[in-house]
Design a protein around this ligand. Structure first.
Ligand code: ASN
Ligand code: ZN
Ligand code: CA
Length: 333
């Protein structure tokens, strides 16, 4: 399944031991995944510009799981890019971020103790900081899937990164990043409806965001209100993240993969979930065929209902769940 000219072994920090697509260059191996559009992983070695150097070494075993080994973050990033590629290709039928079969590239060890990761459309590349004390690299699967999905949004709906469309842009990345994490089915980082639970970004073990009840992060909105678009986009994403959880799993208390969730509804009415696979397909179809740069929450409701109607038919359980989940986050007709 993991194609490349060579098949390497990655000893990652977050995802255990994984298989990586690599290449041979002279007597060295490189982190160049030719089976997935030619994705390359570079070591910025604490620089902040250019590409640094392509990971290259004499053996095809990368990293040792510890952050003191520079190739460990490289292995996590290469794995994250590979799983994200496979998710889009195998689940959604999209070949690469732009859909043209061409891979992005990734850079790790950006700056010094830099606590962020970011997608940049101008280089068509993905960059990861090393986190607090250079000890919590931002290279977990959900973060990788989140950031690279910003590229998919830019190549499709083009949701502007402000106001309600900005919240929908962020939510798209959380929805797809979580979907990537579930798709990987990796026992070291099982799928969940939490964002960034592996990277200890708050230095207290808590995740960055919670899709079942977004307000648990102290800033996100659980439901839409007039003015939600004035929040930071990582908080105005809340209602759409919550919609995704509710449409997938339904309301109330539930344990998924060993994690306990308890998702409230703003209208007090229950929502019956249709499962994550259908919810992510509906969101992706809406993103790629219904949304545009200025889509707001009302437009997201209309777009996802239209997408669900095309996929499953008018009056279907899926259309009802999509509609009920929007009502549950205070987005009505
Ligand atoms: N990690 C952040 C994000 O993807 C970077 C940013 O603020 N754009 O949202
Ligand atoms: Zn983002
Ligand atoms: Ca997660």
């Amino acid at each position: 399944q993991w194609q490349g000219i060579e098949t390497g072994v990655g000893n990652t920090h977050y995802s255990g031991q994984v298989t990586l697509g690599t290449s041979k260059s002279g007597t060295n191996f490189t982190l160049n995944d030719t089976g997935r559009g030619g994705h390359k992983t570079y070591n910025l070695n604490h620089g902040t510009s250019g590409t640094g150097s392509l990971f290259s070494q004499s053996t095809d075993t990368w990293g040792n799981g510890a952050n003191s080994n520079a190739a460990t973050a490289g292995a996590d990033a290469a794995y994250g890019a590979g799983v994200t590629w496979d998710f889009y290709k195998n689940v959604l039928g999209r070949s690469g971020i732009r859909g043209d079969g061409v891979a992005a590239y990734s850079r790790v060890h950006y700056g010094n103790a830099y606590v962020n990761a970011f997608w940049d459309d101008s280089c068509f590349c993905m960059t990861y900081g090393d986190g607090t004390n250079n000890n919590d690299p931002l290279t977990s699967l959900d973060v990788a899937g989140h950031e690279m999905s910003h590229g998919v949004t830019a190549a499709t709906a083009g949701l502007e990164y402000s106001d309600e469309s900005g919240g929908l842009n962020e939510a798209t990345s959380d929805i797809m990043g979580t979907s990537v994490e579930f798709y990987a089915n990796n026992p070291s980082d099982p799928g969940d409806y939490l964002i960034g639970e592996k990277i200890d970004i708050n230095s207290d073990g808590t995740p960055l965001r919670y899709m079942d009840k977004p307000s648990k992060d102290g800033g996100s909105a659980d439901a839409w209100y007039s003015g939600v678009g004035n929040l930071d986009v990582h908080y105005s994403s809340g209602p759409a993240n919550h919609w995704f959880y509710l449409a997938s799993e339904g309301s109330g208390a539930k344990v998924v993969g060993g994690v306990s969730y308890n998702s409230p509804t703003s209208d007090g009415l229950p929502v019956t979930g249709i499962g994550r696979d259908k919810a992510q397909l509906i969101w992706y179809k809406a993103l790629t065929t219904k949304f545009n740069s200025t889509t707001d929450y009302a437009g997201a409701r209309a777009g996802t209902i239209a997408a669900a109607t095309e996929l499953y038919g008018a009056g279907s359980a899926e259309v009802n769940a999509v509609t009920d989940a929007w009502a549950a986050v205070n987005v009505g007709a």
